[in-house]
Design a binder for this molecule. Sequence first.
Ligand SMILES: OC[C@H]1NNC[C@@H](O)[C@@H]1O
Length: 449
Amino acid sequence: MIELVKFPKDFTWGVATSSYQIEGAVNEDGRTPSIWDTFSKTEGKTYQGHTGDVACDHYHRYKEDVQIMKEIGVKAYRFSIAWPRIFPEEGKYNPKGMDFYKRLVDELLKREIIPVATIYHWDLPQWAYEKNGGWLNRESVKWYVEYASKLFEELGDVIPLWITHNEPWCSSILSYGIGEHAPGHKDWREALIAAHHILLSHGEAVKVFRDMNLKGAQIGITLNLTPAYPASEKEEDKLAVQYADGFANRWFLDPIFKGNYPEDMMELYSKIIGEFDFIREGDLETISVPIDFLGVNYYTRSIVKYNEDSMLKAENVPGPGKKTEMGWEISPESLYDLLKRLDREYTKLPMYITENGVAFKDEVTEDGRVHDYERIEYIKEHLKAIARFIEEGGNLKGYFVWSLLDNFEWAHGYSKRFGIVYVDYETQKRILKDSAFWYKGVIEKGVIE
Ligand SMILES: OC[C@H]1NNC[C@@H](O)[C@@H]1O
Protein backbone atom coordinates (compact mmCIF):
# COMPACT_ATOMS: atom_id res chain seq x y z
CA MET A 1 0.00 0.00 0.00
CA ILE A 2 1.62 3.31 -1.09
CA GLU A 3 1.49 5.89 1.72
CA LEU A 4 0.10 9.18 0.40
CA VAL A 5 1.22 12.28 2.27
CA LYS A 6 -1.00 15.27 1.57
CA PHE A 7 -0.19 19.00 1.82
CA PRO A 8 -2.64 21.89 2.27
CA LYS A 9 -3.98 23.31 -1.01
CA ASP A 10 -2.48 26.74 -0.28
CA PHE A 11 0.95 25.36 0.68
CA THR A 12 3.71 27.59 -0.75
CA TRP A 13 5.98 25.44 -2.90
CA GLY A 14 9.17 27.33 -3.69
CA VAL A 15 12.80 27.34 -4.65
CA ALA A 16 15.57 29.53 -3.22
CA THR A 17 18.80 31.18 -4.38
CA SER A 18 20.95 34.14 -3.36
CA SER A 19 22.51 37.04 -5.27
CA TYR A 20 26.23 36.41 -4.94
CA GLN A 21 25.80 32.69 -5.59
CA ILE A 22 24.03 32.97 -8.95
CA GLU A 23 24.07 36.48 -10.45
CA GLY A 24 27.60 37.08 -11.74
CA ALA A 25 27.86 40.48 -13.53
CA VAL A 26 29.85 41.75 -10.57
CA ASN A 27 30.90 45.00 -12.30
CA GLU A 28 27.72 45.66 -14.22
CA ASP A 29 25.29 48.61 -13.99
CA GLY A 30 27.16 50.28 -11.16
CA ARG A 31 27.67 47.35 -8.78
CA THR A 32 30.78 47.66 -6.65
CA PRO A 33 32.56 44.83 -4.81
CA SER A 34 31.10 43.04 -1.82
CA ILE A 35 33.15 41.40 0.92
CA TRP A 36 32.65 38.11 -0.95
CA ASP A 37 34.25 39.55 -4.10
CA THR A 38 37.25 40.50 -1.97
CA PHE A 39 37.27 37.27 0.08
CA SER A 40 36.94 34.92 -2.90
CA LYS A 41 39.84 36.70 -4.62
CA THR A 42 42.01 36.20 -1.54
CA GLU A 43 44.45 33.30 -1.92
CA GLY A 44 43.26 30.09 -0.29
CA LYS A 45 39.82 31.24 0.85
CA THR A 46 37.70 29.36 -1.67
CA TYR A 47 37.98 26.01 -3.45
CA GLN A 48 40.49 26.45 -6.30
CA GLY A 49 40.06 30.22 -6.00
CA HIS A 50 36.49 30.09 -7.34
CA THR A 51 34.63 33.43 -7.30
CA GLY A 52 31.13 34.70 -8.06
CA ASP A 53 32.38 36.78 -11.00
CA VAL A 54 30.19 34.82 -13.45
CA ALA A 55 28.44 32.18 -11.30
CA CYS A 56 25.24 31.16 -13.17
CA ASP A 57 25.20 34.43 -15.14
CA HIS A 58 21.71 34.87 -13.74
CA TYR A 59 21.94 38.65 -14.08
CA HIS A 60 21.68 38.13 -17.86
CA ARG A 61 19.81 34.81 -17.92
CA TYR A 62 17.09 35.61 -15.37
CA LYS A 63 14.27 35.37 -17.95
CA GLU A 64 15.32 31.82 -18.85
CA ASP A 65 15.60 30.91 -15.18
CA VAL A 66 12.15 32.30 -14.35
CA GLN A 67 10.75 30.32 -17.30
CA ILE A 68 12.36 27.17 -15.82
CA MET A 69 10.62 27.94 -12.49
CA LYS A 70 7.35 28.18 -14.41
CA GLU A 71 8.00 24.81 -16.08
CA ILE A 72 8.64 23.24 -12.68
CA GLY A 73 5.49 24.96 -11.44
CA VAL A 74 6.92 26.65 -8.35
CA LYS A 75 4.52 29.00 -6.59
CA ALA A 76 7.19 31.24 -5.03
CA TYR A 77 10.81 32.21 -5.63
CA ARG A 78 13.08 33.24 -2.78
CA PHE A 79 16.01 35.34 -4.00
CA SER A 80 18.27 37.87 -2.34
CA ILE A 81 19.06 41.44 -3.32
CA ALA A 82 22.70 42.48 -3.70
CA TRP A 83 23.27 45.48 -1.46
CA PRO A 84 26.29 46.61 -3.56
CA ARG A 85 23.99 46.99 -6.58
CA ILE A 86 21.63 49.26 -4.64
CA PHE A 87 24.16 51.36 -2.67
CA PRO A 88 27.54 50.95 -4.46
CA GLU A 89 28.85 53.71 -2.22
CA GLU A 90 27.67 54.94 1.17
CA GLY A 91 24.57 57.08 0.72
CA LYS A 92 24.66 56.84 -3.09
CA TYR A 93 21.55 55.08 -4.40
CA ASN A 94 22.00 53.30 -7.76
CA PRO A 95 18.65 53.08 -9.65
CA LYS A 96 20.23 50.89 -12.37
CA GLY A 97 20.98 48.29 -9.74
CA MET A 98 17.40 48.40 -8.49
CA ASP A 99 16.11 48.09 -12.07
CA PHE A 100 17.46 44.53 -12.30
CA TYR A 101 15.24 43.45 -9.41
CA LYS A 102 12.27 45.30 -10.92
CA ARG A 103 12.82 43.34 -14.15
CA LEU A 104 13.16 40.09 -12.23
CA VAL A 105 9.96 40.72 -10.22
CA ASP A 106 8.10 41.61 -13.42
CA GLU A 107 9.09 38.27 -14.96
CA LEU A 108 7.95 36.45 -11.82
CA LEU A 109 4.60 38.24 -11.56
CA LYS A 110 3.93 37.65 -15.29
CA ARG A 111 4.08 33.93 -14.45
CA GLU A 112 2.20 34.30 -11.15
CA ILE A 113 5.25 33.30 -9.13
CA ILE A 114 5.35 35.01 -5.72
CA PRO A 115 8.59 37.01 -5.20
CA VAL A 116 10.16 36.47 -1.75
CA ALA A 117 13.08 38.83 -1.11
CA THR A 118 15.96 38.30 1.29
CA ILE A 119 17.43 41.72 2.01
CA TYR A 120 20.82 40.47 3.19
CA HIS A 121 22.39 37.18 2.13
CA TRP A 122 26.02 37.97 3.03
CA ASP A 123 27.20 40.29 0.21
CA LEU A 124 28.02 43.29 2.41
CA PRO A 125 29.39 46.18 0.29
CA GLN A 126 33.15 46.39 0.61
CA TRP A 127 32.82 50.12 1.43
CA ALA A 128 30.85 49.19 4.56
CA TYR A 129 33.48 46.68 5.63
CA GLU A 130 36.17 49.30 5.20
CA LYS A 131 34.46 51.49 7.78
CA ASN A 132 35.71 49.76 10.93
CA GLY A 133 34.83 46.23 9.89
CA GLY A 134 31.28 46.44 8.59
CA TRP A 135 29.00 44.64 11.09
CA LEU A 136 31.52 45.43 13.87
CA ASN A 137 30.59 49.09 13.44
CA ARG A 138 27.26 50.05 15.02
CA GLU A 139 26.84 52.46 12.08
CA SER A 140 26.12 49.31 9.99
CA VAL A 141 22.61 49.40 11.46
CA LYS A 142 22.04 52.83 9.94
CA TRP A 143 23.50 51.79 6.56
CA TYR A 144 21.35 48.65 6.53
CA VAL A 145 18.14 50.55 7.41
CA GLU A 146 18.83 53.07 4.63
CA TYR A 147 19.26 50.14 2.20
CA ALA A 148 16.19 48.23 3.42
CA SER A 149 14.03 51.39 3.38
CA LYS A 150 14.91 52.03 -0.27
CA LEU A 151 13.92 48.42 -1.12
CA PHE A 152 10.59 48.83 0.67
CA GLU A 153 9.99 52.11 -1.19
CA GLU A 154 10.82 50.72 -4.62
CA LEU A 155 9.58 47.11 -4.32
CA GLY A 156 7.27 47.10 -1.31
CA ASP A 157 4.15 47.15 -3.50
CA VAL A 158 5.17 44.06 -5.55
CA ILE A 159 7.01 41.82 -3.05
CA PRO A 160 4.72 40.34 -0.38
CA LEU A 161 7.27 38.44 1.73
CA TRP A 162 10.44 40.08 3.07
CA ILE A 163 13.26 38.38 4.93
CA THR A 164 15.58 40.80 6.73
CA HIS A 165 18.56 38.47 7.08
CA ASN A 166 19.60 35.05 5.90
CA GLU A 167 21.28 32.98 8.64
CA PRO A 168 22.72 35.63 10.98
CA TRP A 169 24.71 32.79 12.61
CA CYS A 170 26.68 32.49 9.36
CA SER A 171 27.11 36.22 8.73
CA SER A 172 28.46 36.67 12.26
CA ILE A 173 29.85 33.51 13.92
CA LEU A 174 31.08 31.74 10.76
CA SER A 175 32.39 35.02 9.29
CA TYR A 176 33.92 36.92 12.23
CA GLY A 177 34.49 34.03 14.69
CA ILE A 178 35.33 30.83 12.83
CA GLY A 179 36.65 32.70 9.78
CA GLU A 180 35.42 30.30 7.07
CA HIS A 181 33.24 32.97 5.43
CA ALA A 182 33.89 36.61 4.48
CA PRO A 183 35.45 38.69 5.93
CA GLY A 184 37.36 35.72 7.46
CA HIS A 185 38.03 37.04 10.97
CA LYS A 186 38.71 34.68 13.89
CA ASP A 187 37.67 36.62 16.95
CA TRP A 188 34.80 35.52 19.22
CA ARG A 189 34.19 39.00 20.61
CA GLU A 190 33.91 40.35 17.07
CA ALA A 191 31.55 37.50 16.17
CA LEU A 192 29.14 38.43 18.98
CA ILE A 193 29.38 42.13 18.20
CA ALA A 194 28.55 41.42 14.55
CA ALA A 195 25.66 39.16 15.59
CA HIS A 196 24.30 41.91 17.82
CA HIS A 197 24.43 44.59 15.13
CA ILE A 198 22.90 42.23 12.55
CA LEU A 199 20.03 41.45 14.93
CA LEU A 200 19.67 45.14 15.77
CA SER A 201 19.51 46.01 12.06
CA HIS A 202 16.78 43.37 11.70
CA GLY A 203 14.68 45.03 14.41
CA GLU A 204 15.21 48.55 13.10
CA ALA A 205 14.24 47.47 9.57
CA VAL A 206 11.06 45.83 10.87
CA LYS A 207 10.14 49.12 12.56
CA VAL A 208 10.58 51.05 9.29
CA PHE A 209 8.62 48.35 7.45
CA ARG A 210 5.72 48.75 9.89
CA ASP A 211 5.78 52.56 9.56
CA MET A 212 5.51 52.26 5.77
CA ASN A 213 2.34 50.21 6.18
CA LEU A 214 2.90 48.20 2.98
CA LYS A 215 -0.43 46.61 2.10
CA GLY A 216 -0.39 42.82 2.16
CA ALA A 217 3.34 42.61 2.78
CA GLN A 218 4.86 40.60 5.62
CA ILE A 219 8.33 40.55 7.16
CA GLY A 220 10.39 37.94 8.99
CA ILE A 221 13.90 36.59 9.41
CA THR A 222 15.53 33.33 8.33
CA LEU A 223 17.60 31.38 10.85
CA ASN A 224 19.69 28.30 10.11
CA LEU A 225 18.93 25.96 12.98
CA THR A 226 20.76 22.76 13.89
CA PRO A 227 19.18 20.57 16.57
CA ALA A 228 21.81 19.06 18.89
CA TYR A 229 21.63 15.54 20.35
CA PRO A 230 23.80 13.88 23.06
CA ALA A 231 26.31 11.22 22.03
CA SER A 232 25.28 9.25 25.14
CA GLU A 233 22.91 9.43 28.12
CA LYS A 234 25.76 10.72 30.29
CA GLU A 235 24.87 13.95 32.12
CA GLU A 236 28.02 15.63 30.77
CA ASP A 237 26.93 14.93 27.19
CA LYS A 238 23.58 16.52 27.94
CA LEU A 239 25.44 19.60 29.19
CA ALA A 240 27.37 19.58 25.92
CA VAL A 241 24.03 19.61 24.06
CA GLN A 242 22.87 22.61 26.08
CA TYR A 243 25.92 24.63 25.02
CA ALA A 244 25.88 23.39 21.41
CA ASP A 245 22.19 24.34 21.21
CA GLY A 246 22.91 27.76 22.71
CA PHE A 247 25.76 28.33 20.26
CA ALA A 248 23.84 27.32 17.15
CA ASN A 249 20.22 28.15 17.93
CA ARG A 250 19.26 29.93 21.17
CA TRP A 251 21.72 32.81 20.70
CA PHE A 252 19.45 33.99 17.87
CA LEU A 253 16.05 32.56 18.77
CA ASP A 254 15.99 34.00 22.29
CA PRO A 255 16.66 37.69 21.48
CA ILE A 256 14.15 37.60 18.61
CA PHE A 257 11.34 35.78 20.41
CA LYS A 258 12.11 36.30 24.12
CA GLY A 259 13.85 39.69 24.08
CA ASN A 260 17.00 38.47 25.84
CA TYR A 261 20.21 36.62 25.12
CA PRO A 262 20.34 33.22 26.86
CA GLU A 263 21.84 33.59 30.36
CA ASP A 264 23.88 30.36 30.26
CA MET A 265 25.58 31.41 27.03
CA MET A 266 26.24 34.97 28.24
CA GLU A 267 27.96 33.48 31.26
CA LEU A 268 30.00 31.11 29.12
CA TYR A 269 30.91 33.78 26.56
CA SER A 270 31.75 36.42 29.16
CA LYS A 271 34.74 34.28 30.16
CA ILE A 272 36.07 34.70 26.61
CA ILE A 273 34.94 38.11 25.45
CA GLY A 274 34.69 40.08 28.69
CA GLU A 275 32.00 42.79 28.91
CA PHE A 276 28.94 42.86 26.68
CA ASP A 277 29.43 46.61 26.46
CA PHE A 278 28.18 46.65 22.86
CA ILE A 279 24.63 45.96 24.06
CA ARG A 280 22.85 49.23 24.78
CA GLU A 281 19.66 50.12 26.63
CA GLY A 282 16.68 49.35 24.37
CA ASP A 283 18.59 47.13 21.92
CA LEU A 284 16.82 43.92 22.94
CA GLU A 285 13.42 45.62 22.75
CA THR A 286 14.27 46.58 19.16
CA ILE A 287 15.58 43.12 18.25
CA SER A 288 12.43 41.46 19.57
CA VAL A 289 9.88 43.63 17.76
CA PRO A 290 7.05 41.36 16.55
CA ILE A 291 7.54 39.77 13.13
CA ASP A 292 5.04 38.08 10.82
CA PHE A 293 6.78 34.75 10.17
CA LEU A 294 9.94 32.76 10.88
CA GLY A 295 12.06 31.33 8.08
CA VAL A 296 13.83 28.10 9.02
CA ASN A 297 16.82 26.78 7.07
CA TYR A 298 17.39 23.14 7.95
CA TYR A 299 20.03 20.74 6.61
CA THR A 300 21.23 18.47 9.37
CA ARG A 301 21.56 17.84 13.09
CA SER A 302 24.60 17.69 15.36
CA ILE A 303 25.56 14.98 17.82
CA VAL A 304 27.85 16.16 20.61
CA LYS A 305 29.86 14.79 23.50
CA TYR A 306 31.33 16.67 26.44
CA ASN A 307 34.85 18.05 25.98
CA GLU A 308 36.33 19.98 28.89
CA ASP A 309 38.94 21.62 26.66
CA SER A 310 36.51 23.06 24.13
CA MET A 311 35.18 26.59 24.63
CA LEU A 312 31.64 25.25 24.26
CA LYS A 313 32.42 22.14 26.34
CA ALA A 314 31.12 20.24 23.33
CA GLU A 315 32.67 18.32 20.49
CA ASN A 316 30.82 17.06 17.41
CA VAL A 317 30.76 13.32 16.78
CA PRO A 318 29.68 11.86 13.43
CA GLY A 319 26.12 10.59 13.28
CA PRO A 320 25.16 7.07 12.14
CA GLY A 321 23.12 8.31 9.16
CA LYS A 322 24.16 8.63 5.51
CA LYS A 323 26.31 11.69 4.80
CA THR A 324 25.94 14.21 1.98
CA GLU A 325 28.71 15.72 -0.18
CA MET A 326 29.00 18.39 2.52
CA GLY A 327 29.64 15.66 5.11
CA TRP A 328 26.30 16.45 6.79
CA GLU A 329 24.27 13.60 8.27
CA ILE A 330 20.85 13.11 6.70
CA SER A 331 18.29 13.29 9.51
CA PRO A 332 14.72 14.21 8.48
CA GLU A 333 13.36 13.18 11.87
CA SER A 334 15.47 15.95 13.43
CA LEU A 335 13.60 18.49 11.30
CA TYR A 336 10.35 17.23 12.85
CA ASP A 337 11.89 17.53 16.34
CA LEU A 338 13.10 21.06 15.53
CA LEU A 339 9.71 22.26 14.29
CA LYS A 340 7.95 20.78 17.36
CA ARG A 341 10.44 22.53 19.63
CA LEU A 342 10.03 25.89 17.87
CA ASP A 343 6.25 25.55 18.19
CA ARG A 344 6.53 24.52 21.87
CA GLU A 345 9.19 26.95 23.07
CA TYR A 346 9.30 29.92 20.71
CA THR A 347 6.49 30.85 18.39
CA LYS A 348 3.06 30.05 17.01
CA LEU A 349 3.71 32.41 14.09
CA PRO A 350 3.60 31.00 10.55
CA MET A 351 6.88 29.31 9.60
CA TYR A 352 8.42 28.60 6.22
CA ILE A 353 11.23 26.18 5.48
CA THR A 354 13.12 28.83 3.56
CA GLU A 355 15.92 26.37 2.70
CA ASN A 356 16.25 22.61 2.66
CA GLY A 357 18.23 20.63 0.12
CA VAL A 358 21.31 18.57 -0.46
CA ALA A 359 24.57 18.30 -2.36
CA PHE A 360 25.42 15.02 -4.02
CA LYS A 361 27.81 14.15 -6.84
CA ASP A 362 25.61 14.95 -9.84
CA GLU A 363 26.53 13.76 -13.32
CA VAL A 364 25.00 14.26 -16.73
CA THR A 365 24.57 10.73 -18.08
CA GLU A 366 24.60 9.49 -21.69
CA ASP A 367 20.91 10.30 -22.02
CA GLY A 368 21.64 13.96 -21.20
CA ARG A 369 19.80 13.68 -17.91
CA VAL A 370 20.83 13.93 -14.23
CA HIS A 371 19.35 10.99 -12.31
CA ASP A 372 19.65 12.47 -8.83
CA TYR A 373 17.47 9.91 -7.08
CA GLU A 374 19.31 10.49 -3.75
CA ARG A 375 18.22 14.13 -3.81
CA ILE A 376 14.63 13.06 -4.50
CA GLU A 377 14.85 10.72 -1.50
CA TYR A 378 16.29 13.48 0.71
CA ILE A 379 13.59 15.99 -0.21
CA LYS A 380 10.83 13.37 0.06
CA GLU A 381 11.86 12.35 3.58
CA HIS A 382 12.09 15.95 4.77
CA LEU A 383 8.70 16.76 3.25
CA LYS A 384 7.23 13.79 5.15
CA ALA A 385 8.61 15.23 8.39
CA ILE A 386 7.02 18.58 7.54
CA ALA A 387 3.69 16.94 6.65
CA ARG A 388 3.65 15.16 10.03
CA PHE A 389 4.21 18.49 11.80
CA ILE A 390 1.41 20.15 9.81
CA GLU A 391 -0.92 17.21 10.47
CA GLU A 392 -0.34 17.73 14.20
CA GLY A 393 -1.42 21.35 13.86
CA GLY A 394 2.00 22.89 13.11
CA ASN A 395 1.82 26.33 11.48
CA LEU A 396 4.11 25.63 8.55
CA LYS A 397 3.14 27.48 5.37
CA GLY A 398 5.71 26.63 2.77
CA TYR A 399 8.88 24.94 1.61
CA PHE A 400 11.73 26.31 -0.51
CA VAL A 401 14.20 23.87 -2.01
CA TRP A 402 17.80 24.95 -1.78
CA SER A 403 18.47 25.45 -4.58
CA LEU A 404 16.89 26.13 -7.95
CA LEU A 405 20.31 26.06 -9.63
CA ASP A 406 23.70 24.57 -8.89
CA ASN A 407 25.64 27.62 -7.75
CA PHE A 408 28.63 29.13 -5.89
CA GLU A 409 28.66 27.25 -2.58
CA TRP A 410 30.78 29.86 -0.75
CA ALA A 411 34.16 28.47 0.42
CA HIS A 412 33.44 25.28 -1.57
CA GLY A 413 33.07 27.26 -4.79
CA TYR A 414 31.32 25.32 -7.57
CA SER A 415 32.46 21.94 -6.23
CA LYS A 416 29.15 21.29 -4.46
CA ARG A 417 25.93 21.02 -6.43
CA PHE A 418 22.67 21.73 -4.53
CA GLY A 419 20.45 22.52 -7.50
CA ILE A 420 17.42 20.70 -8.80
CA VAL A 421 18.61 22.22 -12.07
CA TYR A 422 22.12 21.30 -13.23
CA VAL A 423 24.35 24.14 -14.47
CA ASP A 424 27.14 23.40 -16.95
CA TYR A 425 29.43 26.30 -16.01
CA GLU A 426 31.39 26.02 -19.27
CA THR A 427 28.32 26.66 -21.41
CA GLN A 428 25.84 28.00 -18.82
CA LYS A 429 23.43 25.35 -20.10
CA ARG A 430 20.68 24.46 -17.64
CA ILE A 431 19.51 20.80 -17.36
CA LEU A 432 16.48 19.97 -15.21
CA LYS A 433 17.54 17.10 -12.95
CA ASP A 434 15.14 14.23 -12.21
CA SER A 435 14.47 15.97 -8.89
CA ALA A 436 13.05 18.99 -10.75
CA PHE A 437 10.56 16.75 -12.60
CA TRP A 438 9.73 14.93 -9.37
CA TYR A 439 9.19 18.28 -7.53
CA LYS A 440 6.94 19.41 -10.40
CA GLY A 441 4.77 16.35 -9.76
CA VAL A 442 4.61 17.00 -6.02
CA ILE A 443 3.56 20.60 -6.62
CA GLU A 444 0.91 19.58 -9.16
CA LYS A 445 -0.67 16.90 -6.95
CA GLY A 446 0.10 18.36 -3.53
CA VAL A 447 1.02 14.87 -2.36
CA ILE A 448 4.11 12.69 -2.04
CA GLU A 449 3.99 8.94 -2.43
O1 LIG B 1 25.01 25.32 2.30
C1 LIG B 1 23.87 25.38 1.52
C2 LIG B 1 23.18 26.73 1.74
N1 LIG B 1 22.96 26.93 3.16
N2 LIG B 1 22.29 28.13 3.51
C3 LIG B 1 22.83 29.36 2.88
C4 LIG B 1 23.12 29.16 1.40
O2 LIG B 1 23.72 30.33 0.88
C5 LIG B 1 23.98 27.92 1.20
O3 LIG B 1 24.30 27.76 -0.16
